[in-house]
Design a protein around this ligand. Sequence first.
Ligand SMILES: *Cc1c(COP(=O)(O)O)cnc(C)c1O
Length: 402
Amino acid sequence: MYLDNSATTQVSQEVFEEMKPYFTEVFGNPSTLYRFGRESKKALNQARQRVADAINAKADEIIFTGGGSESDNLAIKGIAFKYLNQGKHIITTEFEHPAVKETLKFLESLDFKVTYLPVYENGIIKVEDLKEAITPETILITIMHGNNEIGTIQPIEEIGKIAREKGIIFHTDAVQTFGKIEVDVEKLNVDLLSLSSHKINGPKGVGAIYIKKGTNLVPLIHGGGQERGIRAGTENVAGIVGFGKACELAASQLDEHYVKLSSIRDELIEKVLSTIPESYVNGDIEHRLPNLVNFRFKAIEGESLVLILDSKGYQASTGSACSSNKLEASPVLTALGLDPVDVHGSLRLSLAPESDSFDVDEFVDTLADAVRRLREISPLWNQELDYDSVMCKKHGDDCRMC
Ligand SMILES: *Cc1c(COP(=O)(O)O)cnc(C)c1O
């Protein structure tokens, strides 16, 4: 049972079938004039229209990219480099996806100033904080729509309204919300919006950016003038065709999937909280994605939990990243103000509409058993220990948690 659909999804059969001819039969370069090329071009145009329709945009406002990360990079660097003479201040949140966070860090090294809005315990920014952060130097606001680790949804419409009033360009990363809740670029008041194909049952390595008509940015990839000169390089035709199909399917099944996913999620939350002592949901309980829930279990280590679940056939992920020699707790969960010890006991479960065979009762029984076993061997659970003596913040030699 695959429970990590926020990390990536399975390419659906319909998407795969639609892509197939573009690997072998229709292989022409879309920039050429003869029939093969024209057929590829036609397929690109159809895909572009499908993506546009799914977010209420116009086809010429869609630029295909190599995925969500590239779209985020293009939006942020593209605006930063275009408008650096008007100001070098950018506003974001404390818990963006690395594709946004690392891009901003890079810009900071080039003398840009970045304000990171707090997300508080519920994982949602306060619009008042945003208003206060705006200066005459602010050239861009970039705030994600749905968070990839805890699933909370930001008030994008309202943020967009403020940005419009102030004449500031507004970008949102909608990779996690697209296909899960309504993403309508008009209603959201955004100028730039990032999408990724592989989070909605499309192929990996393809995505798109919505660029509202009249928004100017500097390209990242210069070359042969494809994608209106904004993203050069011969198009990934098969990938784009698959992405287009995935968009069409996601849009047509949005309501049905929402109802289905949120009901499984709610059942899961209810059962976990009532069965497992000292278990919590990370982030706002109301404003969240229908397919994602992040739990926290006191006094256990998330990676051990993930491994036990894996051995029982459930694949999920954790915010505890005790990888090799770098022991860093999830920055997203840390941004909620959680103690690092508690962050380590987190588990992200993300469902897919096709998870029909997912038996919530059976899963929660397995989970409860795993948590019980881990607590039996946990010094944090067994003794009333001072947290600091068990686990130093920097994970020193006598850190018994790791
Ligand atoms: C997955 C993800 C991305 C990156 O998309 P890729 O297509 O994998 O590059 C960006 N933002 C969010 C919120 C994501 O979940």
